[in-house]
Design a protein around this ligand. Structure first.
Ligand code: FAD
Length: 309
């Protein structure tokens, strides 16, 4: 079975969800990766360790213009006669996979959380992660957009050959004037530890309590949606149904009520610690550890305790 995986290699390094998509694809068939831009061969060849047999790179354009990427992936799929095309269901995957589905007239399973079963059905997360659905596409070929952090990344092989190809991506209709990278060293979707704040922290001037603890733990910072909607924190920190979905080992939530839309993005965390003044806050039902208390007292004390380790 010929499987094509699109990965974004426009950053300084390849993100964990790209290795995850390749690991996933390897469980289905023989994997070819397609990407674009200037990433050097030594970086791309590492994808072989996760199961790619070959990496095809279109060096004629950079960036993440979804129209261009759709054309490039379609060209690559035709070239290798791909039976299955895999994306990570991140922001790029969500933009490109549906376009490709229409362009190729091929069924799409978005938000897959496991490998296809013997009869071709694919598990997907539904109802904000509260249940699994099982989806089967009726077309011979299929496109799967894998929910990030669904399966463990596995190293199974060695370096893969990298070859240049012409993806017929055409001209971009978009001019990029400025690129602003998120602050912080740890990308939220990949973070093992996350410290997060909600409206209970009262205002952006109090975020030092979150960032201090995150710094001591080596954690990424996150927030609830009203916090980013109010511009207390940048939008890329918003986790939940309409934000980033994360699955860290530890998620500390301070002053967050635990609405279902928030839980949808964090309920795959291994350990959840909730700090809230209201002992009836819904978040306590999802918590492994709960502190009924004022975040303004608990967070600084927690930070001091972590410093002692
Ligand atoms: P609040 O609900 O105001 O809760 C604040 C909490 O802080 C309360 O539980 C309170 O007891 C506690 N508190 C107050 N003071 C303190 C203190 N001093 N110390 C400790 N605790 C304190 N939300 C998301 O987060 N992510 C999403 O992706 C998302 N998507 C949505 C999509 C849709 C379609 C809709 C309708 C809503 C969505 N929401 C989302 C919003 C969601 O429903 C909630 O409104 C939101 O999560 C609440 O944010 P919050 O917990 O920070 O604020």
């Amino acid at each position: 079975m010929s499987v094509l995986v699109y990965i974004n290699s426009n950053g300084e390094k390849i993100a964990k969800n790209a290795f995850e998509a390749v690991t996933y694809a390897k469980k289905i068939g023989d994997v070819t990766v397609v990407t674009n831009g200037k990433a050097d061969d030594s970086m791309l060849s590492q994808l072989g360790k996760y199961g790619a047999s070959k990496v095809m790179v279109d060096r004629s354009f950079e960036g993440i213009d979804e129209q261009q990427l759709t054309k490039m992936v379609a060209t690559a799929a035709e070239k290798i006669d791909a039976n299955t095309i895999i994306f990570s269901n991140d922001l790029i995957g969500k933009a490109v996979a549906p376009r490709l589905s229409v362009k190729m007239n091929v069924g799409l399973v978005a938000g897959a959380s496991g490998v296809p079963e013997a009869d071709g059905t694919i598990p997907v997360n539904v109802f904000s992660g509260k249940a699994y659905g099982y989806v089967k596409v009726n077309t011979d070929k299929k496109i799967i957009a894998l929910l990030p952090n669904s399966i463990p990344v596995e190293e199974t092989g060695s370096e893969a050959p990298v070859e240049e190809f012409e993806g017929n991506a055409g001209e971009s209709r978009v001019t990029v004037k400025e690129t602003k990278l998120p602050e912080g060293d740890i990308p939220l979707p990949e973070a093992e530890l996350v410290v997060s704040g909600g409206r209970g922290l009262k205002g952006p001037e109090n975020w030092g309590m979150i960032t201090d603890l995150a710094k001591e733990l080596g954690a990424a910072t996150a927030c609830s949606r009203p916090v980013s909607d109010s511009d207390w924190r940048p939008h890329h920190e918003h986790v939940g149904q309409t934000g980033v979905a994360i699955a860290p080992n530890l998620y500390i939530a301070a002053g967050i009520s635990g609405a279902i839309q928030h839980l949808a993005g964090v309920n795959r965390s291994k350990v959840i610690v909730v700090i809230n003044t209201d002992d009836e806050a819904p978040f306590f039902k999802a918590a492994d550890y709960g502190v009924v208390g004022d975040a303004f007292e608990v967070l600084p004390r927690l930070t001091e305790a972590v410093k002692k380790f």
